[in-house]
Design a binder for this molecule. Sequence first.
Ligand code: AMP
Length: 114
Amino acid sequence: MGETVFSKIIRKEIPAQILYEDDEILAFKDIAPQAPIHILIIPKKEIPTVNHITEQDVHLVGKLFLVAQKLAKEFGVDSSGYRLVVNCNSDAGQAVYHLHLHLLAGRKFSWPPG
Ligand code: AMP
């Protein structure tokens, strides 16, 4: 599995609406939002899927959640609620093989998911 469009976003070779950035993490608006708030939170390190996470990535993966928490507060949905989604491989509908957390908010979500 090689580089994806997200690597180009990290390198600022293609545009994105960036909402958070540090040396390890980037968060930007999803190009095809599935909710009023739809943000992707990604590690800058290329990790294709959840299956590729290693012990060395534990801190990095934890940071994805802390950034999600921070953005949820900033967007004022920390109390009303939000959904975090990670798709892994084809049955889950993963389209971009660079690990990412979807932060979805601003409407009610059903369960079980579709
Ligand atoms: P997944 O199906 O979990 O792999 O989700 C990939 C997500 O990346 C989808 O929600 C796409 O809309 C989103 N996406 C793909 N290309 C871009 C892009 N250039 N900028 C922002 N979001 C993107």
